[in-house]
Design a protein around this ligand. Structure first.
Ligand code: NAD
Length: 312
């Protein structure tokens, strides 16, 4: 399949590398010039489960988009949520009536943005449990296992979504076709909307968060806000199951892990995805007349911290 990956960060590089190794024709688009320069000079370099792997992949900046030749069958988006609009404004010329777009970003409501650029029946949404980290421009560390769940946003996209599942599976990405990916997206957003925002604000890891006083009540209150807003979008989130799912991480093998929002905000002073996690629950809550005081407070505190550290 001819695939263009928008955002050659940790996750974009993982998917690009694995799909390239499986014989797909992969092109990268990225907005970080140092990353583009490094990949052009030395290829995309990965520590891939302990093996050093290099892939020579074409990479373009959004400003060079007219240099991309044939159109892709599939565009996979792996920018951060807050880079989505800027990226899609720039790459409009490579999206035509035949192009499918798959969004696997964390967070909720990305379809509201993407619908402005791609027809609903060419939009695919999903989640992934794969992980990845950048260690510098052109360098990524890819360890462990993961999977992908995806689904077409409108019924007409089903055949193509199933083709993508097959292509991903052939590349070792463990993909499945989901009958209700929206539920999976919101369930994962509950994890991010509790662990990510709280660990970033408290500057702690997941295990330490689990030992704080009153954490159970706070998690349940945040999840209840997601559920109350989700109900207005036809979702019946199983709050007890989601609470257990989140709480189980406190004593799991990721207890020592500092979530990505902590790394973005505290370590790298980068803008976080808060607006697309708790921030979206707050915004949609206002729209539906549902009070979301915890999501509002978390969003505002993270935004204040972003301003204090001059996050970019
Ligand atoms: P990332 O930060 O690694 O990359 C996103 C974009 O930011 C890329 O264009 C990259 O080139 C750019 N970038 C990275 N570091 C930069 C720097 N220092 N200066 C300037 N630009 C920089 O993001 P990611 O981790 O690949 O995440 C992409 C999406 O996937 C997000 O929505 C994230 O929540 C989601 N996700 C990530 C993981 C993970 O383990 N990383 C797992 C599941 C979902």
């Amino acid at each position: 399949m001819k695939i263009t990956v928008l955002g050659a960060g940790g996750m974009g590089s993982r998917f690009a590398l694995m799909l390239h190794r499986a014989g797909n024709e992969v092109t990268l688009v990225d907005g970080w010039q140092a990353n583009i320069d490094a990949i052009r000079k030395d290829g995309l370099q990965a520590d891939f489960n302990g093996e050093r792997v290099t892939a020579k992949l074409p990479i373009y900046s959004p400003a060079e988009i007219d240099r991309i030749g044939d159109q892709a069958d599939l565009i996979i988006v792996f920018t951060k949520s807050n880079q989505l609009t800027t990226m899609f404004d720039a790459v409009r010329p490579i999206i035509n009536a035949e192009t499918y777009v798959l969004c696997l970003l964390n967070g909720i409501g990305h379809e509201d943005v993407l619908e402005k650029y791609v027809a609903k029946d060419h939009l695919l949404l999903g989640i992934t449990m794969w992980t990845a980290g950048m260690t510098g421009p052109g360098h990524v560390t890819l360890v462990g296992n993961g999977n992908v769940e995806l689904q077409n946003f409108a019924p007409a996209g089903k055949n193509f979504a199933q083709q993508v599942v097959q292509v991903f599976d052939d590349a070792g990405l463990n993909a499945t076709y989901s009958d209700n990916v929206k539920y999976a997206i919101w369930r994962k957003a509950c994890v991010n909307g509790t662990l990510n925002s709280l660990c970033a604000l408290l500057a702690c890891n997941i295990g330490e968060l689990g030992k704080t006083h009153g954490i159970e009540g706070l998690l349940k209150a945040i999840i209840a806000e997601f559920a109350a807003v989700g109900a207005h979008e036809g979702l019946q989130l199983d709050q007890a199951e989601i609470y257990q799912h989140v709480a189980a991480t406190f004593t799991s093998d990721i207890a020592d892990h500092y979530p990505s929002m902590y790394q973005d905000l505290v370590i790298n002073h980068r803008k976080t995805e808060i607006d697309f996690i708790n921030g979206t629950v707050w915004r949609k809550g206002e729209q539906y007349g549902v009070p979301t005081p915890d999501c509002q407070l978390l969003t505002q505190l993270i935004q204040m911290k972003e301003a204090l550290v001059k996050a970019k």
